[in-house]
Ligand binder design. Structure first.
Ligand SMILES: [Fe+2]
Length: 196
């Protein structure tokens, strides 16, 4: 099988230019292309007895999560901007956020705080169905440091390519504000409802 890049139905975004989004979508499509390339190259090497090919397979297997997670994380990211912006203060997610962080406002403050972590990476909000709690984590490299098996509710891209067309690094906070202003909380709530 091969993966196909998703087409996102994005509304006009506040504080994130069309050029910024276009550049970022191009980067996402590069991940999709490389996921397919890694799978096809492994399959091709498997047909040979070449010693170098066998060695290359082991490295490609290591590389797979970098390309796959890069693809999937961007799908989580862009899907969050789709649709009419909504969000229900009485939702099950709002209740879980209140339980963990004290209030919905505190939850947002916490996301912003985690987004301020130095370096590139992702802010990822997960739901742990076993512990019945939310976790807001800074994932440095998307192929490393993810919480095993936990459903992803929210993904905030903090790699510089996500904002450098519109903001310099010192304005990272403004990018986070723009992300939150455009975030369709209904998408996050739906993910939460499906994860429980
Ligand atoms: Fe990105």
């Amino acid at each position: 099988m091969t993966y196909t890049a998703k087409q996102f139905n994005l509304p006009a975004l506040e504080g994130l230019s069309e050029k910024q989004i276009k550049v970022h979508l191009g980067l996402y499509e590069g991940y999709v292309k490389n996921v397919n390339l890694v799978m096809a190259t492994i399959a091709a090497y498997e047909q040979t007895d070449d010693e170098g090919g066998k060695y290359a397979i082991t490295e490609l297997r290591r590389r797979f999560a970098f390309e796959f997670d890069g693809m999937r994380m961007h799908e989580y990211y862009f899907e969050q901007f789709e649709g009419e912006k909504g969000g229900d203060r009485e939702s099950a997610l709002a209740k879980a956020a209140e339980e963990k962080y004290g209030s919905g406002e505190n939850f947002i403050t916490h996301i912003k705080e985690v987004a301020g972590t130095r370096g590139i990476g992702w802010v990822v909000v997960y739901w742990d169905p076993h512990g019945k709690t939310l976790h807001t984590v800074f994932v440095n490299d998307h192929e490393l440091g993810q919480l095993a098996g936990l459903p992803i509710l929210l993904a905030l891209d903090m790699w510089e390519h996500a904002f450098m067309v519109d903001y310099v690094p010192a304005e990272k906070k403004n990018y986070v504000d723009a992300f939150l202003a455009n975030l369709n909380w209904s998408v996050v709530e739906k993910r939460f409802d499906l994860s429980r």
